[in-house]
Each structure stands twice: as C-alpha cells, then as structure tokens.
Design a protein around this ligand. Structure first.
Ligand code: AFP
Length: 310
C-alpha cells in the first residue's frame, strides 16, 4: 500500500478504533473541505445578498461552504440533526436512522471576511451523540477543524483518542503529519482580540502583565489559524474578552468555543471564560457568546488569577 494511504485519515480513524459513524463524519468533513478549498481559490468572493442568524451579511463563500458541508454530513446517513453558524435553525436529516447517530454543530468558514485579503480561515466542527446539536461542550464525542492556509490541514480528536493533524497532499489525500499533539504547559505568544479601548480594567491588567513579561503578540483575526499557532508552535494564550461594548464577548459558544476548547483541552491545555471552564458552560442558544481565554494551562491559570484579583 502506498505510504500516503497507510497514513491517510480513514486508516488513522480505523486504527484508533473510532466508531464507524463518527469516523465517517470526520472523514466526510475532510472530503467537503477539499471542495471548500477549491471554491475559495477560484470562486466568487462577493456578497450572497443574504444574512445569517446574527444579521451579518453572508458571503457567497459562506453559503457555498455551508451547503457543501451539509450535503456531505447528510451523505453519511449517521447525522440526525445539524446546526450551522450560517443557518438560522436546526436542520433535521430524514436519511439518518431514528436511533443512535450523531448531531453536528459547525462554522463552515470562520473568518471568511479574511479570504479577500488572502489570510487564513477555517472550518470548525463539534460532534455530539444523539440528535441534539446544542449540548454543553463537555458532552462532545469529537471535534475538528480544517485550516485553509499555505497548506490545508485537518486537526481532529475523537472519543478522547488524542489530537492529530493531517495535511492535504497533491493527490488530494489527508496524510498524517502530527500525532498525539500536546500543547506546551507554558508559551510565549498571546493573541488579544477585541478593541483595547473597550477592555474592562481586569482584562487590561492581564494584557499589560503579558506585555511586560515579554510575550509576543500574534493575532491574525482568524480564530482557527490563531488557535492552531498556539496549539502547534509553542503554546501561549488566545483571548477574546468581555468588553464594555460586548459584555459576553464576540465568539460563539456552540460553533467556535466548544469545539476548540475540546481540542485544546484534549491536547493538555485549558479554556475558560475567566472563571469557569468553557466545556462546563451551559449551552442553550444558537447565538450564545462567551468571553474566552484558551491555550497553555499555565497562561490560562494566570489569566484566571489576574482577572479575579480583588
Ligand atoms: P468573521 O467570521 O466575522 O470574519 O469573524 C472572525 C471571528 O469570529 C474569529 O475567527 C476571530 O477570532 C474574531 O472574529 C476576530 O474578531 P475581531 O475582528 O473583532 O478581532
């Protein structure tokens, strides 16, 4: 067997003993990402003329990426319901069996406004057992992201069997490039989202402390590339805080925070809203947002300490 097939995504899922339905979801998101990748490099970058549930203008790419992923998830026959950041309500798949199966919650193209300036963007996916895609993050049975950058990479964790990275090769195969990824307990970069003029005092104190301690600022405006850098390059801390204008922060709990918290925590890191683990937050609304401090365990603990100083 050729090397790229031996180290391919499906073989890895089977070697890891991932249940066939869960494995097919992860594999089919990988298939979908190849079409999303192609659309991004060749397709229409304009507005779709529609808006999402947050009232934000949708790009043609947002709508197309959403359709591609939705179709591949339906194709598995094992997904019962989905919610997408680009859809305003839960979608029920008739094809799936009425028992067992999975529910999927995804952001088809996070950071899509960066595509027209050729910055990296990503697909983020959370997977739950059963039919309810709006569950607390701690109930995920798997999560993954695809990062569309200079290379297209796919990172997944399923059933607690480690965090693994695959890279799309010239044959269109996702080949294993990093296995059992562990995030460093402490790092040297920080990614401070939000406007500084809107920071609350305790968050300003944390950012000043990181700057004085020599942490390097790395922030692209894309959640997936910014998290990927912290996960793979040496650890550190990504933050998108509560601000005076957005007391719950900007990033969405179901579509962005829960899956990334699952992956980073599985790699030995941590994710909190400043007081409570993201995975323990009650997830009850499609448009639920939360402040986020995510990355190396020591930096997350430092953030909680400074944010809660009396
Ligand atoms: P868009 O999807 O609207 O481009 O926003 C991307 C994002 O949700 C996330 O990917 C980034 O981490 C964050 O917003 C960046 O927000 P700011 O532009 O406010 O820094």
């Amino acid at each position: 067997m050729y090397k790229h097939v031996k180290r391919g995504l499906w073989n890895h899922l089977m070697k890891n003993g991932i249940e066939m339905g869960l494995a097919s979801i992860i594999y089919e998101v990988g298939v979908a990402s190849k079409y999303v990748n192609h659309a991004m490099r060749t397709g229409d970058l304009g507005l779709a003329g529609t808006s999402n549930l947050y009232g934000e203008d949708q790009l043609a790419l947002d709508v197309l990426a959403d359709e591609i992923i939705k179709d591949r998830l339906d194709h598995t026959g094992r997904v019962r319901r989905i919610i997408s950041e680009e859809q305003s309500e839960i979608i029920i798949f008739d094809r799936a069996r009425r028992s067992g199966g999975y529910a999927v919650c995804y952001d088809p193209l996070d950071g899509s406004s960066l595509v027209d300036v050729n910055l990296s963007v990503g697909t983020i996916v959370a997977i739950y057992a059963g039919q309810d895609p709006l569950q607390d993050g701690c109930r995920q049975v798997g999560a993954m992201y695809v990062l569309y950058g200079p290379r297209t990479t796919l990172v997944y964790c399923a059933a607690g069997t480690g965090v693994h990275e695959f890279t799309l090769n010239s044959l269109g195969e996702f080949v294993l490039t990093r296995e059992n990824i562990r995030i460093r307990p402490s790092g040297k970069i920080f990614s401070p989202g939000g406007l500084r003029s809107d920071y609350l005092p305790e968050h300003e104190n944390l950012v000043r402390h990181l700057e004085k301690s020599g942490y390097k600022l790395r922030y692209s405006g894309g959640f997936v590339p910014d998290i990927n850098q912290i996960l793979l390059k040496g650890g550190g801390l990504f933050m998108y805080p509560a601000t005076t204008r957005a007391p719950s922060g900007k990033l969405r709990l179901p579509f962005e925070l829960n899956p990334m918290a699952y992956l980073v925590t599985a790699a030995g890191g941590a994710a909190t809203n400043g007081r409570q683990a993201i995975l323990d937050l009650e997830c009850h609304d499609l448009d639920q947002r939360s402040p986020i401090y995510i990355g190396s365990r020591e930096e997350v603990e430092l953030a909680e300490k400074i944010l809660n100083q009396q």
